[in-house]
Write a protein that binds this ligand. Sequence first.
Ligand code: SF4
Ligand code: MSK
Length: 631
Amino acid sequence: MKTLEDLTSIEQMEADTAKLKEIACSVCAETWEDRNKKQTPHCKFGEDGICCKNCSMGPCRITPKASRGICGADAHAIAARNYARTIAAGTSAHSDHAREILHILHGTKAGGNYQVRDDQKLIRLAQEYGVPTEGRDIYDIAHEVAEVGLMEFGKPSGTQRFIKRATEERQQVWREQGIEPRAIDREIATTLHMTHMGNSADPEALVRQGLRTSLSNGWGGSMLGTEITDILFGTPTVRTTEGNLGVLEKEMVNIVVHGHDPAFSEMVVTAAEIKELVDYAKTKGARGINIVGLCCTANEVAMRHGVRMAGNFLQQENAILTGAVEMMCVDVQCIFPALAPLSECFHTKFVTSSPIARIPGSIYVEFKPETAFDQAKDLIKMAIDNYQKRDTSKVFIPSTKQAAVVGYPNEQIIKHLDGVTNSHVDRIGSYRPAIDAIKAGVLRGAVAIVGCNNPRVRPDYSHFEIMKELLQNDVLIVATGCAAQLATKAGLLTKDAKYVCGAGLRRVCELVDIPPILHMGACVDISRMMLLATGIAKDWGVKTTEIPVVGCAPEWMSEKAVSIANYVVSTGIDVYLGIEPQVKGSSQMMELITQGTRNIVGAGYIINKDPHELVKSILEGLEAKRAALGI
Ligand code: SF4
Ligand code: MSK
């Protein structure tokens, strides 16, 4: 039985960080806390989004005495252009990740480094795409599906194929509002074009294009990333793991995989199981090889292999500061360049692997699909050889860790709900049992808690407070990304965590045999959440705007998060933010993102830095939706 006292508190996490910070001082290493201090106060123009450097007449900044840039762009135009560019960058990151994964699928072959692991999902996607499957070799189907998927990036006409998965109502809204997403690269290019010097100065037009671009991510790139990753490495299933720095092992070769693209980490995880390498590690005096994850790569490998998670975004330096990491291998996104100089203070080998994320001071090993497995083996050997260089006098591994149950993609959620249908055939394979619980009031609704952590607020505190309060108020949580990792570190991803919930949610957890927070994956997997909300709306027979389901990103920081927030809003789901988007210098933009989008897509942002106030608004929002549905 778990009570609030059994959870790992933020204070405990901070105490571990403080000890690691002492080690940083002792080796004269700088961490994000030091750099954050030097960057505070932040540039007000940047914070408010009213600095433009889109041409070399600038930079232009809006001040009380200069209400327009040299070209005449005002605060609203500048803030809107910056905001739209942020969405384009976020969309490009998620979508380019998906493109890489599609190329891997295109290169799959029987017996190759990369193979098809989920045949059924591939066949379903092939059928959705109209790719013939009857009597064909699975790899011929995979290659054709990859080609169709790759065309989603640059096809000259038409809209994203996956939008057909949305409710009829959403498809109609997107069509009527002129924001149906076309080719992914086209939406990104159009946004950059619109924001080029001398083009759009109308905030509403830019916000609309931002919504459209984000849809090419959520219902395009990200959804492709998730689908193809499942096909290649298997659709995640429920499994147990552990989380926080305590998963590093004093007597083992510790290798941290960090980033987002599982094509690299999958190879490292698989190679680490080879007996020859495990035996080699033993010859060097280690008990074995311990692979752990950081950020979203951690989520990917935890959901498919049970690999343990060392922590989330702002914990990446802490892992190296333990002095017990032989190697940190990174792929793309959310990687601090600071890891290179930091790793030099220890014996840690810092390895970059992608041309997309080149970092000075790292060992660059460009990962190639054809040689991936051999490269992974070589890296593991390099890490093993590094084990004896560990300076044991510098090692401090906090003992803090918690058990976790992870791996709840939509298929697993449905499977668990099927277990409580009591043979009601009409309910099998649907979200109806969950809808019934919401209608009965046992559950008040569901919240998707997603996103990063961020020094602008006390790291992880908002996540933790919001999660606890929602659970106590009988709100089921689904989580991805670094938010899901906070839940892991806290101990909220165990079935025992039902004891911190209200009576209604506790009963649901017992009946369905689930933890009160369902780990749905990495940040690219928020596309799974869009399908979840869509499935609930379809099974309920109402609009996505009507269901008591909302999104919440209390500590977001990345451009990807802005793209995500926009596609969630475009899907008709309100998004509660704990960090203000950088548009405060424009009253029109503040109005547009909180109210204006409601006239376009029926949803918008609610922003509050205070986590308790934010929870209050979320609960009010859920209750208002319930009342509107008459429940
Ligand atoms: Fe200044 Fe206009 Fe150039 Fe922006 S586009 S830098 S506001 S002149
Ligand atoms: S890793 S985007 S800090 S969730 Fe996806 Fe975490 Fe945010 Fe990166």
